[in-house]
Design a protein around this ligand. Sequence first.
Ligand SMILES: [Zn+2]
Ligand SMILES: [Zn+2]
Length: 161
Amino acid sequence: MPLSRWSSRHKKTFNKKKKEKWDGNFRLPPKPDSYYVQTKGCCRWCGNTILNEDGTINTRKTWHEDCATEYLLIYSSGEQRAQLWNRDKGICNHCGKFSMGWQADHIRPLVEQKGVLEEDLDWSYYKLENLQTLCKKCHRKKTNSEVVLKGKGKVNYKKII
Ligand SMILES: [Zn+2]
Ligand SMILES: [Zn+2]
């Protein structure tokens, strides 16, 4: 279940346009074809049927709850923060201290998906498991070391994390 009230507040996020060619923005990966179809009983995110507990098809829904959660984690920054807060409660994953001004950080940076073709995108980059809470100080440190390592050619994330 998404943590934010998605049905009302995310009307904009859920709007349905025609699928366009992806502009290559790795921060906003392209939505699947099923997103634009909206068949009742069929999930717009994973494309699979939505079943009731008794195994019949639920024709009133167009989203699995888990899929809506996953979808909003990518396309809604509010939901992203809500999910991270729910898991980490503002505690920095590096220094272990609570921080009011905590920041969301992708453990393996999304920039690694830059220039990747739509069919080759690695969706694990966009999941909650690849997100962590960092305090401002640790976030800055991580970002700086990423830049340094990148300059040396090979990025070694084990070292950073
Ligand atoms: Zn689904
Ligand atoms: Zn920290």
